[in-house]
Design a protein around this ligand. Structure first.
Ligand code: 4AD
Ligand code: MG
Length: 438
């Protein structure tokens, strides 16, 4: 018969609320130090880590032996009194008086506490996720996703899901993943935008948020084959209004993360958060033409009409203490749906938002062509077969209005906010040019 009395189970993140009280923690052994008379197991439960203290002469033999038996990543329930401890990052320690191992790991845990190469860690991503830094990144990612949704929900947008299987390209044919759709070619979506334009004509303001797929044949620290994109589309909003929504959204997201995850950022991820405090609207706006001049003066010239590479974006982004919009790119390097500037049709009413600190483009957006004849001309110029996009052209036949929208890459946003070198750590299981395992 069990003699266990009901105990309060607390998550490690909340232990500060239980000082001098008895609680139980359900978790895993992260690490352990010990001498002959005292053991310091470090426990993790997904919400944080806490150091436990077990003093041999203060506990019964079974408890001492149970703690002794714990190996790295053994799962365990422990209980005892929470004590304030100013030296600990968590502000508390747990004076353990009872221990019930759930699963004692008998094999050597692959990820030890020494340094490992990134390739090894990526192969063991299913286990690497358990380390405090990776769980902190997962938590920040979650908050960013929720902040995106909250921002639009609070402003009367309707979430309208775009399909993942599509008959046509949105962002050019060079990065399409093709699949066999019962004998016909179909593609994994590169962007929900075209469908979101239809949605905006139905509900006025729409957003979608889902995985998007691009067969990027380049191996960079900013590119994934599968990434998540938040896209928004608004009827009756032109370029200027589109940028205002983007800067308000980024301010909201960054300030929400700062308010909620200062400890995760500063103590666990070791992010210099002072760099994020300035992320407040308005952001600077620089035309492509002026960006060309800035790059020339900085000794990194780009001929007019060419796209910027990562080094150029880094240079432009580093000039400012908050994200910057580069507007009015040449039409020839942008997508078919972007509206030409009526005063200067060789450039389009678009903007890329470049993050500071070398993180490069995080948002791509534009005002869309709303005129039927112009859309048809542009599709011809871009060699886009009209058939699979007939429905999209239709939107210009029935109550067409000026409209605009944008897409923000979740992983690049997480990399920037967390200050990570590479997008592979921003997503639970990264899909990269040479990796689809685990
Ligand atoms: O600039 P992009 O290609 O814009 C679009 O897809 C538009 N249809 C969006 C819209 O207007 N609704 O992509 C938008 C963002 C980029 O700024 C970047 O943050 C991210 O998506 N992105 C990637 N992130 C990770 N890996 C990749 N391969 C990415 N490609 C784009
Ligand atoms: Mg882009």
């Amino acid at each position: 018969m069990s003699t266990t009395t009901a105990r309060t189970v607390a998550s490690i993140a909340n232990l500060k609320d239980y000082i001098d009280q008895e609680v139980q923690v359900n978790g895993w052994l992260y690490n352990k130090r010990s001498s002959g008379k005292i053991q310091f197991p470090i426990l993790r439960d997904g919400s944080g880590t806490v150091q436990g203290v077990v003093v041999k002469k203060e506990v019964d033999e079974a408890t001492w032996d149970a703690v002794s038996s714990l190996t790295q990543e053994s799962s365990v329930k422990v209980w005892g009194k929470v004590r304030a401890d100013d030296r600990a990052a968590s502000g508390v320690e747990l004076a353990i008086t009872g221990c019930e191992p759930v699963h004692v790991v008998t094999e050597e845990y692959p990820i030890s506490h020494k340094e490992h190469g990134v390739d090894f860690l990526m192969t063991n991503r299913h286990l690497w996720l358990r380390t405090p830094r990776q769980t902190a990144i997962l938590r920040v990612r979650h908050t960013i996703e929720k902040a995106f949704r909250d921002f639009f929900d609070l402003r009367g947008y309707t979430l309208v899901d775009s399909p993942f299987l599509t008959p046509a390209a949105c962002e050019g044919t060079s990065t399409l993943f093709e699949i066999d759709y019962f004998g016909d070619p179909a593609y994994l979506t590169q962007s929900g935008q075209l469908y979101l334009e239809a949605a905006a004509m139905a509900v006025g303001k729409a957003y979608c948020f889902g995985p998007t797929f691009r067969a990027e044949k380049s191996k960079t620290r900013r590119h994934l084959m599968e990434f998540w994109m938040l896209e928004a589309e608004h009827a009756y909003v032109e370029l200027a209004g589109n940028l205002e929504i983007q800067e308000q959204m980024l301010e909201y997201v960054v300030q929400t993360v700062l308010a909620k995850h200062r400890d995760d950022l500063e103590k666990v991820i070791e992010r210099d958060v002072s760099k994020l405090e300035n992320v407040k609207a308005p952001f600077p706006r620089v035309t492509y033409d002026d960006a060309i001049k800035i790059l020339e003066e900085a000794g990194q010239p780009v001929p007019w009409g060419e796209d910027f590479g990562a080094p150029h974006e880094t240079l432009l982004g580093e000039k400012y203490d908050r994200p910057v919009f580069i507007t009015h790119y040449p039409a020839s390097i942008k997508a078919f749906y972007m509206k030409p500037d009526p005063n200067r049709p060789e450039v389009v009413l678009c903007a890329d938002c470049i993050a500071p600190e070398g993180y490069g483009e995080i948002i791509g957006g534009s005002q869309r062509i709303d005129d039927l004849a112009m859309l048809e001309t542009k599709m011809k110029e871009h060699d886009i077969p009209p058939g699979p996009l007939e429905w999209y052209v239709d939107l210009r036949r029935y109550g067409s209005v000026p409209h605009s929208g944008f897409g923000i890459g979740l992983e690049r946003t997480v990399a920037w906010i967390c200050g990570l070198d590479h997008v592979r750590e921003t997503i639970p299981f990264a899909r990269m040019l040479t990796r689809i395992y685990p």
